[in-house]
Every structure is written in structure tokens, then in C-alpha cells.
Ligand binder design. Structure first.
Ligand code: ADE
Ligand code: ZN
Length: 319
């Protein structure tokens, strides 16, 4: 099996339908109306209804332990697919709405990461992620909390949500605070919106990675700039196709990004929503094994894990 590493997967977006049912039952919560279609998969139509479906899945979570079990479960499945390292986007907005203290939420996530590490040897880390359409104030409060209560497994800061809301400059105070305190930074851009969204992100924010960024392929000057800067794209082909950004893998720009010298990684984003997995992304990439091994090395190099762990992980994926 080709060794793998993943930089872009959302915690609640990793919950498969059976786990959502199990958590709802354990918490004595009714499953939200319209969550599942007749075939038992999550129902959504387009980007905004996907974000709404994502929120519906979150409603099965109630306790800190739930969050720990979700991360453990995802890491266990990732390890079975050959992943040595996984960074997961975890939003403090969900536990906050449930009244779970930040430190308790992180302790539960860390317990899940440690359990998966002991059982499967996989290394997991947390990227705290803000939700763009909730606005810059909430993002800044989030980073203030992250900085005030540091945890060794929280290694970075990112932003997902509706890319059409606000501009990167609105979030500069949050990003600057994260960056100045040593957190690696990434931002979703060039997923739903075109190259101008990626230009705005790289010109404004202290980031070394872009979540998606695939629509950069529409602008040769932007591809040159990304290659020159060494900015790493967290590419999620299955997600892009499921969301209708590209009709199929043949039309997806993954190969063109690589040909342009842009550093790319392969990721699953919200795997059960998009009927994909990290393993499927590697298998269906159409790339030769040597390139896939390089993609794993790029992911580890671009990860926000501490330098010692990074060196150990890189040694572990040498051919
Ligand atoms: N949140 C979860 N998945 C996302 C995606 N693909 N884009 C933006 N925000 C997200
Ligand atoms: Zn994402």
C-alpha cells in the first residue's frame, strides 16, 4: 500500500451515516428530518445545501466524548488505508454551541488521537478552523482562545464555510494573531470562486497552504505565482466533482496543476458526503506510484506538525 498523509478533512464531515445513527441513538437525539435519502446517504444538492446538511449531521453530537470518538473513528479508518499522518479541521463553534468548554473538547480530541496512535501507529493533529460566513469577529475570538489555551496537538488555523462571504482582508487580524503565535495557516479559496479568490488569499493572509485552490488552473499567471511561492494546494478531487465544480476526473485540473509545478496534496474533505475516501483519492488520481509517493512527502513537508515528528514521518515514507 502506498503510504499516505492527509491535510484537509473536516471533523464532522468525516462522520459516516452509521456513526451518525449510533451517536444520535447514544445521545437519545432524533435524527434530523431530511438528513438521509432513500439509499441511506446524506442528502444535499449544491454547495450551500451541502453546508446545511453538514450542520444537520453536527446535530447528533452532544458530549466532548462524541468528538473524541469521531476523530478516533476517522483516524482508525485512515490508518487502514495506509495513512501515516492526518490533520483534521476542527471547529470550536460546535462544542461552544453545546456548552462544552474548549479545554474539555480538546482533551477529548487528544484522547481520540492518542487512542488511534496507540492502536494503529497513526499520527493525528488538529487545525482549528473558523467558519467564514459567521464573520471575522467570531474568527478573531476563536484565535484568541486558541492562543490563550495552547494544546500540543493544535498546530494550525484555517477557514472554511461560504467562500462568497466577506473577503480575506476581513480575517487578517485573526490570521495575523495565529501566525505571530507560531500556528501554520491555511484557507479555503478557489473552490467555489475563481482565481481572484486565490489571489486575494495569497496577497493578504500569512498562509503556506490553500484549501482546494483548484480554480487557480484558470489563470496561468496565478499558477506561476503559486509554483514560485511553493504554496501547497490541498486538492480534493472527489469533493470538487461531487459539488459539481468539475463534471468528472478527466476534467479535473489535478494533472495540470502538477504539470505547472504547483505543489499539491490529495485529500478527502468530507468523505461520506462526497462518496470518497483518502484511499479512493489516491487510487482514482490516475497518477503513477512515484508521483503519489511524492504527494505524500509534500503533505508531510507542508504539514504543521512539529519538526521532530515531521522528520520521523518523512523517514517512514521513504521508498
Ligand atoms: N466545510 C466543510 N467542507 C467544506 C468545503 N468543501 N468548503 C468549504 N467549507 C467546508
Ligand atoms: Zn474543506
Amino acid at each position: 500500500m502506498i503510504p499516505k498523509a492527509e491535510l484537509h478533512c473536516h471533523l464532522e464531515g468525516s462522520i459516516p451515516p452509521p456513526l451518525a445513527r449510533e451517536l444520535a441513538a447514544r445521545n437519545a437525539l432524533a435524527l434530523p428530518d431530511g438528513l438521509f435519502g432513500p439509499d441511506g446517504t446524506y442528502v444535499w444538492r449544491d454547495f450551500l445545501s451541502f453546508l446545511a446538511a453538514y450542520d444537520r449531521v453536527c446535530s447528533v453530537l452532544k458530549t466532548a466524548r462524541d468528538f473524541g470518538d469521531v476523530i478516533y473513528s476517522y483516524l482508525a479508518r485512515s490508518a487502514a488505508q495506509g495513512a501515516a499522518y492526518v490533520e483534521i479541521f476542527c471547529s470550536p463553534e460546535r462544542p461552544k454551541a453545546l456548552g462544552i468548554p474548549y479545554a474539555d473538547w480538546l482533551a477529548a480530541l487528544a484522547e481520540g488521537i492518542d487512542r488511534a496512535g496507540r492502536e494503529f501507529g497513526i499520527v493525528g493533529r488538529i487545525i482549528v478552523i473558523c467558519i467564514r460566513h459567521l464573520g471575522p469577529e467570531r474568527a478573531l475570538r476563536m484565535v484568541e482562545r486558541m492562543v490563550a489555551e495552547p494544546h500540543p496537538y493544535v498546530v494550525g488555523f484555517g477557514m472554511g464555510g461560504d467562500e462568497s462571504k466577506y473577503s480575506p482582508a476581513d480575517f487578517l487580524p485573526a490570521y495575523r494573531l495565529a501566525h505571530e503565535n507560531g500556528y501554520g495557516c491555511t484557507v479555503h479559496a478557489g473552490e467555489v470562486l475563481g482565481p481572484e479568490s486565490v489571489w486575494a488569499a495569497i496577497r493578504t493572509l500569512p498562509i503556506t497552504r490553500i484549501g482546494h485552490g483548484v480554480r487557480s488552473a484558470e489563470d496561468p499567471a496565478l499558477l506561476d505565482e503559486l509554483a514560485r511561492r511553493g504554496t501547497v494546494l490541498e486538492v480534493c478531487p472527489g469533493s470538487n466533482i461531487a459539488l459539481g465544480i468539475y463534471p468528472d476526473r478527466a476534467a479535473h485540473p489535478l494533472h495540470r496543476l502538477i504539470a505547472a509545478g504547483v505543489r499539491v496534496t490529495l485529500n478527502s474533505d468530507d468523505p461520506p458526503f462526497f462518496h470518497t475516501t483518502l484511499g479512493a483519492e489516491y487510487d482514482q488520481s490516475g497518477l503513477p506510484e512515484a508521483v503519489l509517493r511524492q504527494i505524500t512527502r509534500t503533505a508531510i513537508e507542508a504539514s504543521f506538525v512539529d519538526a521532530t515528528s515531521k522528520q520521523r514521518l518523512l523517514k517512514g515514507v521513504q521508498p
